[in-house]
Design a protein around this ligand. Structure first.
Ligand SMILES: Nc1nc2c(c(=O)[nH]1)N[C@H]1C(S)=C(S)[C@@H](COP(=O)(O)OP(=O)(O)OC[C@H]3O[C@@H](n4cnc5c(=O)[nH]c(N)nc54)[C@H](O)[C@@H]3O)O[C@H]1N2
Ligand SMILES: Nc1nc2c(c(=O)[nH]1)N[C@H]1C(S)=C(S)[C@@H](COP(=O)(O)OP(=O)(O)OC[C@H]3O[C@@H](n4cnc5c(=O)[nH]c(N)nc54)[C@H](O)[C@@H]3O)O[C@H]1N2
Ligand code: SF4
Ligand SMILES: [Mo]
Length: 710
């Protein structure tokens, strides 16, 4: 074969949770073409516009190819310069070891971002370093996102990763809250080609009801859309549960044999009628009653809520109420309802179930979950003096300066730590503070097996793909960086290093010993998946309870004392809600949190970082589209261009997150031209779901003003 001849590669897209199969054609070291893989049993050829950005990520001239060290050029002035790997790893390991020796392990703070779950080497090898650093100051994107889901799964089903997955292809009725899968491509619900699947549901006579303060792309496609006042979903959901009991619609069916707590739930919602909920939510009592009846009456139905009901002041209460509804209507663990997966690499069997509140944070007393503290208290833990204060900050695949509430305060606090290390391919708003940046290989330079998202997929499938390109000489994969740091830190502290087995070997062992492994007809292994590069279909989701439940008695537990108590907090706080505009976020199909704005192909088109506001509100304020509005909260303010939009519920405004680029010392030419402002310079680290500690980035009360207006 000549060097310029084209090659075809199979590769799964790891950018979002949808896991689309791709066919990538290359010529030499260039990507020629990226298309959907029609033979992928899950994605069936679907891709979104981000798939081609894999080429852009790979070729991005701003992507770091070598480690960077921050050097001081003048007082308060810094610059990053390239250094060699041995020097970079030594610097980082020495800083870690000496911090631990002088101040103890809790002096190391760590934040892991969303892509660390999408990059399997990060998942498998983080512990090669962090087994030596069992710090209490661990944080991750989980607590600005889906912590309430994990908590409810732990409480009710016995394992934080046992998530009920909407069986969209076989359902008749879909009640969806706080999710916009047409933009996000699904979350805690791996569902490539979701638009077609939702259309098919309607075409076969089914119904989709979307509850969202914005008439989103998904709401527009649905059979029905209801506006809801941000942060009040708990009232709507509790009123549905109330109606199910009042109208004798509670019918758990076979679930009754292994469910506890329905009586306590009935007592807790006795006074929470649809009429009570109406003035809180803005949803008419008659609609609530009708929806409760429709869902209960459906042969197969789903109640599902995502980001919008998780990252709000009552996230855990909402997620709990959603699962109570699925159980009470008998739609859990049933085809066409919500079911647990049976993945080839079974995280539920392979990982610990999780725990909650085993210790609390120093400064604010917030509970740990799965040995992580809520990200909303990271700055407190950097700034509060005393034992356990963070002196060295480590970030991996995260940009918390843009992605966590009150990002400005973190931006400043990161200058106050003694040392900072980032494992990241970007010099961005967060890593610009790092003393050492350790950049991994590009996604196309390493192999991939989706350890996390097969657990959340609408079908059981398995897919492994080797790297598209050879790893460049001298570069390191994420997992190799963790292993190398782990070895060095262990040596410096006089501990035993963990052997570094490549991730594909770990996956191979898990597959062989898993539910489709060597003692089954499937005989799954990495070799077998290599021979089937589009993936292997292991079948539709199937009922699996009570066996699949991980509670000690294999029973579903609905009467969670912490949650029942939280209903009182809801009463108190909702009564206090003043007359403010409420800020919510939004996602666009060509964005991916904060990190994919540096690719021209994804940034073309209309500007996206605008404040959407209901036209009636715009008129009432005497403003017009195009005005620059100041959005202000307790912690700060940003300015954004106003766009009147009847997608918005009156009283609610929407600004996307992940913008706020172009800051000094960053390296992202395209993103800097589309800088926008960071919504998280307004979101408040004190506005949280107090039950779980999760950030409430949605529903924050804000003041709006236009310069020069009264
Ligand atoms: N206001 C508001 N805030 C939000 C949200 C919201 O809806 N509204 N959403 C929240 C949610 S759901 C999430 S998940 C978080 C996301 O927040 P984070 O998890 O912090 O993610 P990003 O800000 O996208 O930063 C991702 C980083 O990972 C790096 N990266 C990408 N690929 C790799 C890789 O393979 N290896 C390594 N080492 N690094 C890599 C990128 O360069 C970038 O620096 O934001 C949350 N913040
Ligand atoms: N294109 C793209 N895809 C992505 C991402 C991305 O940034 N861009 N991020 C990925 C990540 S990390 C995640 S976690 C997922 C998230 O996936 P989704 O959960 O589908 O996230 P969103 O699209 O943000 O949808 C949240 C919805 O909640 C609504 N909402 C806000 N507040 C409330 C409220 O109080 N009540 C109700 N009922 N609704 C409310 C918002 O209007 C919005 O429509 O997407 C993933 N996929
Ligand atoms: S939907 Fe997600 S997985 Fe599929 S191509 Fe787009 S970014 Fe990749
Ligand atoms: Mo997320």
């Amino acid at each position: 074969m000549s060097e310029t001849s084209q090659q075809t590669h199979h590769r799964v897209c790891h950018l979002c949770e949808a896991m689309c199969g791709l066919i990538i054609r290359t010529e030499g070291s260039t990507v020629v073409d990226i298309r959907g893989d029609r033979n992928d049993p899950l994605s069936r050829g679907h891709v979104c516009p981000k798939a081609v950005a894999l080429k852009d990520i790979h070729e991005d001239p701003d992507r770091l190819r070598k480690p960077m060290r921050r050097v001081r050029t003048a007082p308060g002035e810094y610059r990053h310069v390239e250094i060699e790997w041995p020097e970079a790893l030594d610097l980082a390991a020495e800083a870690l070891a000496s911090t631990i020796q002088r101040h103890g392990v809790d002096a190391v703070g760590a934040y892991f971002g969303n892509p660390s779950v999408h990059n399997y080497g990060m998942l498998t090898h983080q512990r090669n370093l962090f087994r030596h650093i069992r710090t209490r100051n661990r944080f991750s994107a989980t607590s600005v996102d889906q912590l309430p889901h994990h908590l409810v799964s732990l409480w009710c089903f016995g394992h934080m990763l046992l998530s009920p997955i909407p069986d969209v292809d076989r359902t008749d009725y879909f009640l969806m809250l706080g999710a916009n899968p047409l933009a996000s491509n699904g979350s805690i619900w791996t569902v490539p080609d979701v638009r077609k699947r939702l259309k098919d549901l309607k075409a076969r006579g089914g119904k989709i009801v979307v509850v969202d303060p914005r008439r989103t792309e998904t709401a527009a496609l649905a059979s029905e859309h209801l506006f809801i006042r941000p942060g009040t979903d708990a009232a709507f959901l509790l009123a549905i549960i109330h109606t199910l009991f009042r109208d004798k619609l509670v019918a758990p069916g076979r679930l009754a044999d292994f469910t506890d707590g329905l009586d306590e739930v009935r007592d807790a919602v006795r006074d929470l009628s649809p009429e009570w909920a109406e003035p809180l939510t803005g949803i008419g009592a008659a609609d609530t009653v009708r929806i409760a009846h429709e869902l209960a009456g459906a042969d197969a139905g789903i109640c599902y809520g995502r980001m919008g009901v998780s990252t709000q002041a009552f996230g855990a209460l909402c997620q709990w109420a959603i699962q109570v509804i699925n159980v009470a209507t008998g739609h859990l663990d049933k085809p066409g309802g919500s079911l647990f997966t049976r993945p080839a690499m079974d995280q539920v069997v392979n990982t610990n179930p999780g725990g909650f509140g085993r210790f609390t944070s120093r400064a604010r007393g917030l509970p740990e979950f799965n040995y992580e503290l809520p990200a909303v208290t990271m700055v407190d833990e950097i700034r509060t003096p005393g034992e356990g204060q963070i002196r060295l900050m480590f970030t991996g695949a995260g940009n918390p300066v843009l992605s966590t509430p009150n990002g400005r305060a973190l931006d400043e606090a990161l200058e106050e730590v003694d040392f900072m290390i980032s494992v990241d391919p970007a010099l961005n708003e967060t890593t610009r503070h790092a003393d050492v940046i350790l950049p991994p290989t590009s996604p196309l330079e390493h192999d991939h097996y989706d350890i996390a998202f097969h657990n959340l997929a609408i079908r059981n499938t398995a897919r492994y793909n080797p790297a598209v390109f050879d790893k460049p000489e001298g570069s390191l994969h994420d997992w190799e960086i963790f292993s190398a740091l782990g070895e060095r830190v262990a040596a410096l502290l006089g501990l035993d290093a963990m052997p570094s087995v490549p991730p594909d070997q770990l996956v191979d062992a898990a597959l062989r010993n898993g539910p489709y492994g060597h003692d089954t007809p499937w005989q799954l292994s990495v070799e077998k998946l290599k021979a089937n590069p589009s993936g292997i279909d292991l079948g539709a989701l199937e009922p699996s309870c009570p066996e699949r439940l991980q509670t000690p008695d294999q029973r579903i537990r609905l009467a969670v004392p912490e949650v029942l108590e939280d209903i009182h907090r809801f009463h108190r706080e909702v009564a206090e809600a003043g007359e403010h505009y409420r800020l919510i976020g939004r996602r666009h199909v060509r964005d991916n949190n904060s990190w994919m704005h540096n690719h021209q192909r994804l940034m073309k088109g209309k500007p996206r970082c605008q404040l959407l506001m209901n036209p009636g509100d715009v008129a009432k304020e005497g403003w017009q589209s195009g005005k620059v509005v100041t959005i202000e909260s307790r912690v700060g303010s940003v300015e954004a261009e106003l766009l009147a939009s009847d997608e918005m519920m009156p009283g609610v405004v929407s600004l996307p997150h992940g913008y706020g680029h172009g800051r000094r010392g960053t390296r992202a030419a395209v993103a800097s031209r589309h800088a926008g402002v960071s919504c998280n310079d307004v979101t408040d680290e004190r506005y949280v779901d107090q039950l779980s500690g999760n950030a409430a980035v949605n529903g924050l009360p804000v003041q709006l003003s236009v310069r020069g207006s009264a």
